[in-house]
Design a protein around this ligand. Structure first.
Ligand SMILES: *[C@@H]1O[C@H](CO)[C@@H](O)[C@H](O)[C@H]1NC(C)=O
Ligand SMILES: *[C@@H]1O[C@H](CO)[C@@H](O)[C@H](O)[C@H]1NC(C)=O
Ligand SMILES: *[C@@H]1O[C@H](CO)[C@@H](O)[C@H](O)[C@H]1NC(C)=O
Ligand SMILES: *[C@@H]1O[C@H](CO)[C@@H](O)[C@H](O)[C@H]1NC(C)=O
Ligand SMILES: *[C@@H]1O[C@H](CO)[C@@H](O)[C@H](O)[C@H]1NC(C)=O
Ligand SMILES: *[C@@H]1O[C@H](CO)[C@@H](O)[C@H](O)[C@H]1NC(C)=O
Ligand SMILES: *[C@@H]1O[C@H](CO)[C@@H](O)[C@H](O)[C@H]1NC(C)=O
Ligand SMILES: *[C@@H]1O[C@H](CO)[C@@H](O)[C@H](O)[C@H]1NC(C)=O
Ligand SMILES: *[C@@H]1O[C@H](CO)[C@@H](O)[C@H](O)[C@H]1NC(C)=O
Length: 451
């Protein structure tokens, strides 16, 4: 026990040394506006212990002048990206750019995006349904895909990427059972090797905001994500950050106001550090869902989640895995029987306010029938998970239950530790956690057996 506790606090000992050389400001002016300095971004206060590649200073600038009047700026952005590839900066200094066509920027090398205005996607649903990018994983789609080597985007606290989600939110309410009505994610980082994304606001994505796939060595810093509906219909599935098939990713110092996972770590996310986030309205910091694809392997390993404030959320820390059998939860939402494991995941210091469940583990995701889940234990193992330093107050939803840890069998769910957990009931009752197939001797809180 003691040695394990020490292991899990190891990253705190690593000093916060800037690992990335800062690029000096160019300070070039164009139409009376000046390019911004690329900010110095580095993991802080913890780091992953892995090196991030250097990002050499850029030597040329491509200024993009907004066409205005709702005309599509997409084609000229693509042209500028080709022109300024291999060592240039794309400067978006105007107030408003309109994006009315999909943009495939997966060929980038040593490129910066200096975004000082708003890039706004059109909300022509019929157009985007026919022209968005498609991915195999969960049938996701996107407006934009960005990939390559050494790519930085910075908004200097002013830049905004706006998904014009309202029409999509309202339409989804009517079309949610329609499996061909696919809402685009705001941005997919696909196959990035080395990148920093900072100082940007992502607003009203129709679907997940930031998908980080097939990527490594990226830092997201000082971001603000907001997805909120102005109608009675909620802004659904607006995850803040998702990682998939990615290694050495840091997400830090950011604010997420949304209606789904604040961060979600999906299959093959390794060496991930999430720190100093403020999440509101979300489904928590999630691992998963995993094991959705029959006999496909999902691995989530070496994850550290530190210093999170979680408000008005369904969950604080959450790990979700599908059971061992394949089934359909709701139309188009099928899964189960995938393999792999979750190993060495720490949640350290979480302040909660109005959160339904401080900690939730399930190996029965998508399967509400516990007996059925029990008969086919998850083939996705969960082990070496540490929760400590949880404070604050839960919501009234399950009061005085403040957590739920449901494993499908002790053999595929073990070495789950919790200590220093002080989450209160909002009505000052004695709080408890529902536990099923868990080794409760490792859990420093009151478990109630689920029957
Ligand atoms: C389902 O969505 C597609 C894409 O938006 C649309 O073309 C189709 O008409 C929708 N089907 C129904 C029954 O509304
Ligand atoms: C990641 O790589 C796989 C395999 O090359 C590819 O199928 C997929 O489209 C890529 N992107 C994403 C976002 O999954
Ligand atoms: C924790 O995060 C908050 C922002 O949510 C930040 O102000 C504070 O400095 C962080 N604490 C540590 C120890 O990094
Ligand atoms: C925080 O989330 C709650 C509940 O979803 C929402 O009502 C509130 O507007 C959000 N606050 C901000 C600042 O977005
Ligand atoms: C994850 O990595 C394992 C081992 O390399 C591989 O077998 C599996 O297909 C990968 N899964 C995904 C979702 O990419
Ligand atoms: C567990 O993950 C942390 C990062 O979160 C890492 O520092 C540590 O070395 C890992 N432990 C093992 C045993 O690999
Ligand atoms: C959380 O919700 C409460 C009640 O709706 C609200 O007063 C509070 O401002 C919300 N928190 C944030 C950060 O918006
Ligand atoms: C994509 O959607 C179709 C139609 O709902 C479904 O049959 C299929 O399983 C989905 N594919 C994936 C990879 O989730
Ligand atoms: C739950 O699953 C068990 C075992 O597969 C089955 O016998 C039972 O009918 C199911 N219950 C419901 C309510 O579907």
């Amino acid at each position: 026990m003691v040695s394990l506790k020490f292991l899990s606090i190891l990253p705190a000992i690593l000093a916060s040394v800037p690992l990335i050389a800062s690029a000096p400001a160019e300070g070039r002016t164009h139409n009376g506006k000046t390019t911004a300095a690329r900010p110095t971004v580095y993991p802080h206060p913890l780091n992953t212990g892995k090196k991030f590649p250097d990002s050499p200073r850029r030597t040329k600038t491509c200024f993009i002048d907004a066409l205005g009047g709702g005309q599509d700026d997409g084609p000229q952005i693509l042209a500028a990206a080709k022109k300024c590839n291999n060592g240039g900066t794309l400067a978006f200094l105007d107030d408003l750019y309109t994006i009315g066509s999909p943009l495939d920027l997966t060929f980038l090398k040593h490129v910066d995006f200096d975004i000082q205005g708003t890039l706004k996607f059109t909300d022509d649903i019929d157009f985007w349904i026919r022209n968005q990018f498609h991915y195999y994983y969960q049938n996701i789609t996107s407006f934009w895909q960005i990939g390559g080597e050494d790519v930085n985007m910075f908004g200097s606290g002013k830049g905004v990427i706006d998904g014009s989600g309202q029409k999509w939110y309202d339409m989804y309410d009517v079309q949610k059972l329609n499996t061909t009505f696919l809402r685009p994610m705001l941005i997919v980082f696909d196959g990035i090797k080395g990148g920093q994304v900072s100082g940007l606001k992502f607003r009203n994505s129709p679907n997940w905001n930031t998908f980080i796939g097939n990527s490594s060595d990226m830092i997201f810093d000082n971001m603000r994500i907001e997805a909120a509906s102005t109608s009675k219909i909620q802004a659904k599935n607006t995850d803040g950050f998702d990682t998939y098939r990615s290694d050495n990713i840091v997400i830090q110092n950011s604010d997420v106001n949304n209606g789904d996972d604040c961060v979600s770590l999906r299959g093959n996310s390794t060496n991930i550090l999430i720190q100093s986030l403020h999440c509101n309205g979300s489904h928590g910091i999630s691992v998963g869902s995993l094991g959705q694809y029959y006999q496909n392997q999902d691995i989530v390993e070496n994850v550290y989640v530190f210093n999170i404030t979680m408000e008005n959320a369904s969950d604080g820390a959450r790990i979700k895995a599908w059971p061992g059998i394949f089934g359909e939860a709701i139309p188009g939402w099928v899964g189960g029987g995938g393999t792999g494991y979750v190993n060495n995941v720490t949640y350290d210091t979480m302040l909660l306010n109005n959160v339904d469940l401080a900690i939730e583990i399930t190996q029965c995701y998508g399967q509400k029938n516990l007996t059925a889940c029990n008969e086919a234990p998850s083939s996705l193992e969960i082990k070496n998970v540490f929760f400590h330093g949880f404070y604050g107050v839960a919501s009234k939803k399950y009061d005085p239950q403040v957590g739920s840890l449901i494993c499908s069998s002790p053999s595929v769910c073990h070495d789950i530790h919790a200590w220093n957990i002080n989450v209160l009931s909002p009505t000052a009752k004695a709080p408890y956690y529902s536990c099923y197939n868990m080794d409760t001797s490792l859990l420093g809180f009151t478990c109630k057996a689920l029957t």
